[in-house]
Design a protein around this ligand. Sequence first.
Ligand code: GDP
Length: 313
Amino acid sequence: MTTALITGVCGQDGSYLADFLVPRGYSVFGLERPESSGQKMRSGVTLISGDMTDAASVAEVIRTCAPDEVYNFAAQSSVAASGELADETHAINADGVLNLLTALRTHAPNARFFQASSSEIFGAVTEAPQNETTPLRPRNPYGYSKAVAHAATAAAREDGLHASAGIFFNHESPRRGSGFVTTKIANAAAAISRTGSGVVELGRMEARRDWGWAPDYVEAAWMMLQHDSPGNFVIGTGETHSVDQFCAAAFGHVGLNHHDHVRVNPDFVRPPETVEMVSDPRLINETLGWSATKPFDEIVAAMVDAALERLDG
Ligand code: GDP
């Protein structure tokens, strides 16, 4: 039986990966912070308490689980909040990965390691689309922390560890956190559809993202660890849509016109990107046969339907 350790198992990506691995016969350990362990038990997952920012704690976790595969999804995952949470973001997203890699070198050198890198490592891009050779120019604490972890993963690979990084572009689902614009819009469309009135305040409507379906992305992570040679792979759809298009699809799904229910609030406006952030996922497509499965409109509809279900309790 293959043993997997998933860090951040209660988050969007970690929980989808657990849902993917358990039916495939894996023995799955899920690492959660001491304060959250035991609160959100997932079936088939053995929760294990540990602190990514504490090297001794991480080493103990690796010794206990003796994993064949390690998937690192533990993160302070909000770009927007990373300015105010710079220390925490660095401690979990960067130092935590160094702790994991050190523990693997010592206690499980044959384990395969997946690092959830992010398109934010590209930062102030000068070329579009972005691929595995795009220079790293991160521009916020989240991006800096993920760039350190990305470099550490590459160094571990050069040292002989089977260590891969998936450079994930934005990926959404009903389990996406409420701070992300997609969930914010889906929740608003659902709530407003119940009364027919109400307004949601957003930032830049023209902002564009390469939005994919989160379950596809964790499957890409799994495929990377089944491949004999570790490496870096960009994971995305290769297409972008605007916040305005997301609103149109979400409100349209519940029979409303988003122009009647969306207002721009300057507090939510972030500086615009000068070059579009959009993935070139050809390498993973050609090497592993992976491609995004769910069209944009279906992602939006699934998120709004889930928001409606949450309203119904
Ligand atoms: P990010 O790409 O990881 O920062 O994911 P977000 O979902 O937080 O933001 C995606 C894009 O939506 C960014 O370009 C934001 O500037 C834009 N955006 C526009 N309005 C909002 C808003 O009200 N909240 C958030 N979070 N993002 C917004």
